[in-house]
Design a protein around this ligand. Sequence first.
Ligand code: MN
Length: 196
Amino acid sequence: MTYQLPNLPFKPEDLSALSSPETFEFHHGKHHAGYVKKLNDAAEGTEYEELDLEEAIKKSHELNNTSIYNNAAQHWNHSFFWNCLTNPEDSNLNGEIKTRIEKDFGSFQQFQDQFTMAACSLFGSGWAWLIENADQKLEIIQAANADNPLINDQKALLTIDVWEHAYYIDYRNARPEFVKKFWNVVNWNQVNENLK
Ligand code: MN
């Protein structure tokens, strides 16, 4: 199969509480598009052409095929990240995820503090993830570079991209400011869907 860049599931101007349209133009139109192109180039004429994206990630990780793995995982991570974002009016914590966060972290505030800390303290490039682990407990993990919960058979629920390209245009080096604004635009309805 040929891997495709998905359209953003929102209008960039609706996400101004997080990032400028210019950031989305570069982050989606250059960085994410670049991973998709490099993935298709690396997969051409190989067995990876026959695999779906999640299979390609798992197999290339197992076989340490970094040119497939890095680009396939970054394609998946970015597609997942876009779906975690929505305009502030539609960002309201509700439903099963609210109950589970309060149960597993004590309170939303404690979860938010821990996730913020994970995102801000990750050294170098990578992602902070909220996942459901094998014991059906919610957990926060840090993942370097392209890594994601799929490679550990964990269920991904929410993520934030903390590669510099995610925030440098609007926030320069101030990653904590970007992470703080992220809480205005989390698509909790999607996180509830991810939990199912
Ligand atoms: Mn990115």
